[in-house]
Design a protein around this ligand. Structure first.
Ligand code: AKG
Length: 272
């Protein structure tokens, strides 16, 4: 197994590993270590089946049924489907499902069908972004919490035709919201990272609305500066794993044609 770093901030490609064959726990641990260190891993896996994809997720931890993406159905409910033809292209910066009390610790996404051009995914290291803040800003953010909820993204999908009025009303009624620290400590490395994102984070708790809006706008812009990012140009069969505790991501919605991805998320827990 060879590991090649892709940008100074984050990302590495692993070659010489066949994810569709049996591999031992030592190899799995090496992949896990590489994930924590590099935050995003690119692994070519042209022959990976949905069953193997799900089994791989299960070897890392408990796998979830995604809160709102459709899935492959009976027996494969944990494999969610992002099909641009169904209006599912996650084009706003986000960390996965931060409206949950325990957002996933990581996600494994497999490229099934790609447009001829476009549809790259951008990643940003939230630990690199935190490290680059001024000491004054770090002090200001210490101890603050922010509220994350699911309604904004559903509202946007409703406004632009991607969700029905009922779907929108259901999202509001479900009231899926959680407050998290604005600065998160990675449970495995101890590194601090920014933990706010434009898709789910609504406001910083206890601040006047205009101050909260201004601080969040600054943090969102700061987090996606180019030297904290990696842009992945997909090849069919690529499997990407990202550490959801130290990254944000978005798809560039710049393509005609179909983009179909299967994804499995590993549930976060107190220890991980
Ligand atoms: O399709 C992709 O490249 C990423 C999808 C995404 O944002 C997600 O699975 O949360």
């Amino acid at each position: 197994m060879q590991i090649r770093r892709l940008t100074p901030a984050l990302g590495a490609e692993i070659t010489g590993l066949d994810l569709s064959s049996d591999f031992d726990d030592e190899t799995l641990n090496a992949v896990h270590e590489a994930l924590v260190e590099n935050q995003v891993l690119v692994i070519p896996a042209p022959d990976l089946t949905p069953e193997q994809h799900m089994a791989l997720g299960r070897r890392i931890g408990e796998i979830e049924i995604h809160a709102f993406f459709p899935n492959l159905g009976p027996g494969l409910e944990q494999v969610s489907v992002l099909d641009s033809e169904e209006g599912n292209t996650a084009s706003m910066w986000h960390t996965d499902e931060t409206f949950l009390p325990h957002p996933p610790m990581g996600t494994l996404t497999h490229a099934k069908t790609l447009p001829d051009v476009g549809g790259d995914t951008m990643f940003a290291s939230t630990t690199a972004a935190y490290d680059a803040l001024s000491p004054n800003m770090k002090l200001y953010l210490e101890g603050l919490t922010a509220l994350h909820d699911l309604s904004r993204t559903t509202e946007l999908r409703y406004r632009f035709g991607g969700a029905s009025p009922q779907h929108y009303a259901d999202a509001i009624a479900q009231d899926r919201r959680t407050a998290h620290p604005v600065v998160r400590v990675h449970p495995e490395t101890g590194a601090k990272g920014l933990f706010v994102n434009p898709t789910y984070t609504r406001h910083i708790v206890g601040l006047p609305p205009d101050e909260s809006d201004a601080i969040l706008a600054f943090l969102f812009q700061h987090s996606i500066k180019e030297h904290f990012t990696y842009r992945h140009h997909w090849r069919e069969g690529d499997l990407l794993m990202w550490d959801n505790r130290s990254t944000m991501h978005r798809v560039l919605n710049d393509f005609p044609g179909r983009r179909l991805m299967y994804r499995v998320s590993v549930v976060g827990s107190a220890g991980r």
